[in-house]
Write a protein that binds this ligand. Structure first.
Ligand code: SAM
Length: 288
């Protein structure tokens, strides 16, 4: 029989120098997020999404001000009940503390500390109609968050991070996902591990379409519907490494007609994903 979860505690904190608040603020640094395997998400929507998709919320922090508005009060109380029932704690604080945690004025009145979650390579299924996005050394957290959001919106199965990348759990990246982080599996591996993985992907019948400014194929000419697709995008400054380019079954170029040298990475990924998922998107389909 599974052991019953002991409900979490509720505590009111008014000082920014409280040790609990200090350890939450420390999650602004990547090294602390990595050692603790935790991250922060702000706002009622993101916290609701995290709980609905089963992510482990360790602590819910909210402003006492929410109790002034009956509607908000009832929403935050529901969140707090779910968090506590799953063993997480609730901290009731003030706007000054929330601003110091999120490091921005007009901070959201709800913040959560959540356990990080990466999927393993074995979860990247080489199955017909599956599309994965792989990113080589993505640097910009805003780009990464936007790509996760776009991958989610277009029905990609997940995002694979290759090499040294920006942290998907940085506050700026989490913000940019607009909640899609909780619906989109994220895997990570070194370039060497990816090169090994890519051989298995190809021998299982999968395609790897790399995007490259010297790409030989127009991205609109590819049939993305006949094989599982891995869309590989290059680093913002340097593009794809030579080894990664060689691992691709096709190198695609996105046609341009102006003076710009290249497209922004997140925009290029959006264009590629839209084309790769076109066959799967029903006319006028909306996410209700
Ligand atoms: N200076 C970099 C280079 O030489 O590749 C530019 C990188 S670009 C800002 C970032 C990534 O977006 C590229 O590596 C590629 O994956 C994709 N990209 C941007 N514009 C593209 C285009 N017109 N065709 C194909 N890929 C493109």
């Amino acid at each position: 029989m599974s052991e019953a979860v002991r409900p979490g505690r509720v505590e009111e904190i008014t000082s920014t120098s409280n040790p609990r608040i200090k350890s939450i603020k420390a999650l602004a640094l990547k090294k602390n997020r990595e050692s603790e395997k935790l991250f922060l998400a702000e706002g009622m929507k993101l916290v609701t999404d995290a709980l609905a998709t089963g992510w482990a919320v360790r602590t819910l922090i909210h402003s006492k001000k929410l109790f002034d508005d009956e509607k908000l009060k009832s929403r935050v109380e529901k969140l707090a009940t779910t968090v506590r029932a799953r063993g997480g704690n609730v901290l009731i604080t003030n706007d000054k503390i929330l601003t110091s945690i999120t490091r921005r004025d007009n901070a959201q009145m709800v913040v959560a500390v959540i356990e990080q979650n990466f999927v393993g390579a074995d979860e990247i299924d080489c199955v017909q109609n599956n599309t994965w996005v792989a990113l080589d050394r993505v640097r910009d957290p805003g780009n990464l968050g936007t790509i996760v959001r776009t991958a989610d919106a277009l029905g990609a199965k997940g995002v694979l991070l290759i090499g040294e990348t920006t942290d998907p759990f940085a506050l700026e990246a989490v913000r940019a996902t607009m909640g899609s982080l909780f619906h989109t599996p994220i895997a990570r591996m070194t370039e060497d591990a990816f090169l090994e993985f890519s051989a298995t992907w190809k021998s299982s019948g999968g395609e790897i379409v790399g995007t490259h400014l010297q790409g030989a194929v127009d991205h609109r000419e590819i049939d993305y519907s006949d094989k599982p697709q891995l869309i590989l995008m290059g680093n913002e400054q340097k593009g794809l490494t030579e080894d990664l380019s060689k691992a691709c079954t096709k190198l695609a170029y996105i046609a341009m007609d102006g003076a710009a040298d290249s497209l922004n990475l997140a925009v290029a990924t959006g264009i590629m994903l839209f084309e790769a998922r076109r066959h799967a998107l029903k006319p006028n389909s909306r996410n209700q």
